[in-house]
Write a protein that binds this ligand. Sequence first.
Ligand code: SAM
Length: 210
Amino acid sequence: MNLARKTMNAPALAAVYEHAWRPTMFYLASGRTTGTDRRDAVDTLRLSGPMKVLDIACGPGNFTKYLSEYLTRGGFVTGIDYSAPMLAKAATDNASPRVGYVRGDARTLPFADGSFDAVCCFGALYLIPDPLVAAREMIRVLAPGGRIAISTSFREDNLFGSAASMAASLSGLRAFDGDVFPKLFARAGLTEIDQRIHRFMQYVDATKPV
Ligand SMILES: C[S@@+](CC[C@H](N)C(=O)[O-])C[C@H]1O[C@@H](n2cnc3c(N)ncnc32)[C@H](O)[C@@H]1O
């Protein structure tokens, strides 16, 4: 297991992730606050009504519970993560009647095809050993007409981008070219593909056609 994955499994990180680690690290990487990222998630996933939502690599549930607050009765957000310390923190800090947490691997999601109206994966694809397998799993479990949204690392196509990407890879993090996820989504037949770049982060969302 590489350094980045070991860090994500550490109880000490789970303890400080939501209120200290995430706001600091993601602000440095993207120039955006967690509040902005959360509001964008609600907008891009088009949350409303009794939707069924899947939050992949949910960490301590810091988006999971927030997203559930935009659903009405019957709506539900499932958070899935492989880290037991992160899920323990989710269960204590971000529990709600409209939220449930499952331990599992993003590369082999334990859900049937088309189970969710919206699927997201924020700040994690760069940690997963087979990120494209995980992205295809997201599309598989998304229902026709559903929305998908990711945020992940972005590598500029220049010398600086290559150097930053090499430095990140030493700790086990990957940086993705800007065309990787838009192309994967387009090849899978998704529509309304939109991508926004903020410093070292990219945000991509799309719709699965009916
Ligand atoms: C940086 S946290 C992101 C938490 C939250 N989504 C956010 O945006 O703040 C990354 C999470 O990805 C999880 N993770 C990494 N690889 C995974 C995998 N293969 N399957 C499920 N979860 C994974 C880690 O356990 C960790 O909780």
